[in-house]
Design a protein around this ligand. Sequence first.
Ligand code: MN
Ligand code: MN
Length: 465
Amino acid sequence: MEEQQKEKLFNQKESGWNHVDEDKKEKILKLSREYMEFLNKAKTEREFIEQARKLADANGYRDIIEFESLKPGDKIYFVNRDKSMYLAIIGEKNIEEGMHIIGSHIDSPRLDLKPNPLCEDTGFAYLKTHYYGGVKKYQWTTIPLSMHGVIVKANGEKIKVDIGEDENDPIFTITDLLPHLAQEQMEKKLKNGVEGENLKILIGNIPLQDKNISEKVKLNILNILNQKYGITESDFVSSEIELVPAFRARSLGLDQSMIAAYGQDDKVCAYTSLVAMMELESVKNTAICILTDKEEIGSMGNTGMESHMFDFFISEILNKLQINRPNLLDKVFCFSKMLSSDVTAAFDPVYAQVSDQSNAAFLGKGIALEKYSGVRGKSGGSDANAEYVAWVRNVLEKNKIQYQVGELGKVDIGGGGTIAYILANKGADVIDCGVPVLSMHAPYEVTSKYDVYSAYETYKAFWKE
Ligand code: MN
Ligand code: MN
């Protein structure tokens, strides 16, 4: 009797795995397998967009530029500078009733090459880096790194770089001091143990022979690069090369319940929303999927969410629906609903002290909603209105999708931001919602396969609403 009363009145969330039958388990494992395969091909924002575009093309989506006019059911996308992308299905309802937007980001913390990266020091050639996003620098030493990106020559020729993922490729690494000689380093604060300037990628050790010149190792590397890509040192100036962990996405745990992979923040939400969108046929409200860049460094720039590129995309939809008029864009945003789908910190028992257990997200308990973000006194945060939280809850509850509600860490400890505020500032109702992650921003991040599936179910239900 009391047991029933407790079940009825308490907000208790148990492990989602408790309610997974064989049929559902198969679906969960299938989606995670496909997700891991996708991650192995999409380690950077450019690679993600390349794969997303292929998927969209294969599912009947076409570039909005190809359309003279639009009608309900049309599936469109817009690729912004190969680094961000917006997809849409035109809804049956008038777009003035608002859109259903899901937005996630596809950039992840990494090491970018400096504009003049190549140097030689005492017989070694190095590439100097500048880290991107919030990293714990010591985590990026002594792991295999792969090199991804583009070099654009002055004549516009674009060369794709992708070294270190194939088994037969070389990898790269950053050295660290042996414990025997690290007494001084070990006394330092963790954040100062490895300095930004010392995140130098080791790339060569063979000097060019028979040459009476200095920097022979560097010259040998430039020779190799010149033969392979036809580039010279100056071409690094107009390149974007990212060093990311060369690890492959793998199933984690003897029970295979989890996924370990680089870049799950926020490719896990990007992938699951993209896949959910590919499976939609018709929708009531126009469905929008945002895959944005630059979230990890503040969403600025023309590929970030702060950019007017997104407004341009929606304006183009309004133009091609032949209904555009002054202020309509504002109206459409003001009536829109959005899930800012970004990962959140999962409760980690090893570091329990940073979280309030009754307001933390747990691995395996489903998609995590965060009513608000921000730091300390919610500073800089985006706060969803109770009415909208209720609307989202209702969608989840009637679709029997298990969810949890939490915040990122203890009041005086935690905090963070997402792209939520950007769309909220335009007038949309927005709530943060995403997959809980362990070791977020580390070279190898951990998620639960149950939660990955829960995210996919959530996004699909939201768009179908
Ligand atoms: Mn994120
Ligand atoms: Mn992040």
